[in-house]
Each structure stands twice: as C-alpha cells, then as structure tokens.
Design a protein around this ligand. Structure first.
Ligand code: ASN
Length: 308
C-alpha cells in the first residue's frame, strides 16, 4: 500500500521547493552552456526495442504494444550513437528506469527512476569530453552559487569553487589504494571532483571502446564527487566498428540476436564518438548537500519500495 500521509507530508516539505528551485536553475545553466557550445537538444526516447544492457539489473523493464516488445530505456546510449548521423553534438535530459536490487535502497544515491543529462559528440576523443565535462561542471557549480545564493543559504550549503583540470586516477590506482569497493572511500577523501579512467573491460558494458594500446582497458571515465557523494557521471569513447561491437557483445555472453536491430544499423555506419551521462538528481543532491537522493526530486522511487 502507498502511504498517502507520507506523500502529503513530502509535498509540504520546506526543503523540497528549495531543491526544485535549484534544479530548475541547474537545468537552465546546463542547457545554456551546451547550446552555446554548439549542441542540439534531443527529445527523450522512453521505449524502444533496444536499450543499454546494464547486465547487473536482474529485472528488465518491458512493455508490450501491438504485440511487439519494447524495453523501457535504461540509457539512450545506442540512440545517441545513431542520432550522430543526423547532428554532430547532441544532448538530452533522458529519463531512465533501472530496476536496482533492493539492497541499494538506503545507499542515498540510487533511485529506480531518474533523469540523466546524456550527451554525445561525433569524432570526439575522451580527452575532449573530459575537458568539456570540466568546463560544464565548473560553469554549473560557479553559476548556481550565484543564481541560487539564497536557496543555498537556507539549506546551509557551502559549495567550494573548482577549477579545471581535475585530478585523474586510474581504476587500477583506485583499487590498489582503496580496495575493490573504492567508490565511496575515494569520494570521501577527495578535495575536489576527480576523474576515474581506464576501467577494465569486464567492469563496463560492450559499447565503451577498448584501448588498442592497453588491451583489456577501456577509453572511458567516471567523474567522482568529493565529500563522499560518489559517482557524478559516466562515459567514454565508443566502439563504432560493427565487427568489434559484435565481438564485445559475444564476450559479454549476450546473444547477438538481442542487438540485431542495432547491429544492422551499425553495419550502415556509426561515427566514432564519445560522451557521457550525468545524473541530474545526483547533481541536485550534491549541490543541495542532501544525504538522501529522495530529497532531490518529487515522487522519488527507491529500490525495493513501491512508490507514486
Ligand atoms: N549514458 C551513459 C554513457 O553515455 C551510459 C549509461 O548511462 N550507462 O556512457
């Protein structure tokens, strides 16, 4: 049963209007920066025959329409790659549904329905996307400090100033320093945001590009927040050559038929590209300094909990 009192209470929370005001300003700052930088905005895809495999989620979100099966978007990664045939620099505020395992209920960072700022650039390298991410992040944080000074004051949140370039740590270095489960430990130690780079093949999906000079490692990255807020964004350069994509799918133990439509389209040509997905509620949570991500949006749905 859904507890209606809980929702009535939440709708009257004094912090929520502040979070929503901050989020509105964050979206505006992001959009301004990207449009100025030559990006075009796509509308989100909610259902499609293909979506990101994200194999660690046991349950697939599926709907049937007219006898056809559609997947509910876990990320727009393949649509981003395909859209680059039409326009060279794209972004989208993309709603994603990821049916996380219930043990993540109290992580403070997971919702089963969230929005990510997804962007992708034709012919871009990881380095270029890292530089773009640093500019975007610094601009947004410096901007929100000015534009939402009164909301931040009411939330008693003091945000530091960050200047690129951000620190860079390899996955291997992170494991050697903090152990396999390093994300939160690393995030707590950081004085500013930091890039985690060079993830091993087995830790990511098949679409991130393998480094020819370092076989077994990917040309990819995550941005980690300081102060223990964990992962901010995730991205990389993409595999775009159909034979390599097929090989990577098979190495993951995924049946090629699952991605037949994507592969047939890839056979017609994909551009080399790089990009990332940047969680919007996580950004709001970080900016507001909230412990619980459920405070960063209305109608938040936590793993394992039935919600509105
Ligand atoms: N959007 C991410 C990316 O661009 C993928 C994801 O969300 N899993 O790499």
């Amino acid at each position: 049963m859904i507890d209606t009192d809980k929702y009535i209470q939440q709708l009257a929370s004094p912090r929520l209007p502040l979070a929503i005001s901050i989020q509105t300003k964050l979206i505006t700052l992001i959009r301004e920066f990207l449009v100025e930088s030559g990006f075009q905005e796509l509308l989100p895809v909610i259902i499609s025959p293909i979506t990101d495999p994200l194999t660690d989620y046991r349950v697939r979100g599926e709907v049937e329409c007219y006898g056809f099966k559609y997947q509910i978007t876990k990320s727009m990664i393949f649509h981003k790659q395909l859209a680059l045939r039409t326009v060279p620099k794209i972004f989208c505020f993309s709603p994603n549904v990821r049916i996380e395992t219930p043990d993540r209920k109290n992580s403070g960072r997971h919702l089963i329905e969230f929005v990510q700022l997804d962007l992708e650039v034709r012919q871009a390298s990881r380095q270029e996307i890292i530089e773009l991410g640093e500019k975007l992040f610094s601009r947004v944080i410096n901007g929100i400090k000015k534009e939402a000074a009164s909301e931040l004051k009411m939330l008693k949140r003091k945000l530091p100033s960050f200047r690129p370039p951000f620190e860079r740590i390899s996955y291997q270095q992170a494991v050697e320093t903090y152990g396999e489960d390093f994300e939160m430990k690393l995030s707590e130690k950081l004085a500013g945001p930091a890039w985690l780079v060079d993830f091993p093949l087995e830790h990511r999906e098949f679409y991130d590009r393998q480094d020819e000079k370092k076989p077994g490692l990917l040309v990819d990255m995550d941005l980690i927040y300081p102060e223990g807020f964990g992962e901010a964004l995730s991205g990389g350069e993409r595999e775009y050559q159909p034979d390599k994509i097929r090989k990577r799918i098979q190495e993951k133990g995924i049946d090629l038929r699952t991605y037949e439509l994507y592969l047939r389209l890839a056979d017609r040509g994909l551009y080399p590209s790089a990009g990332f997905g940047f969680g919007l509620e996580r950004l709001t949570r970080y900016v507001c300094g909230f412990e619980d991500i459920a405070e960063a949006r209305l109608f938040a749905k936590k793993p394992g909990v039935y919600g509105l």
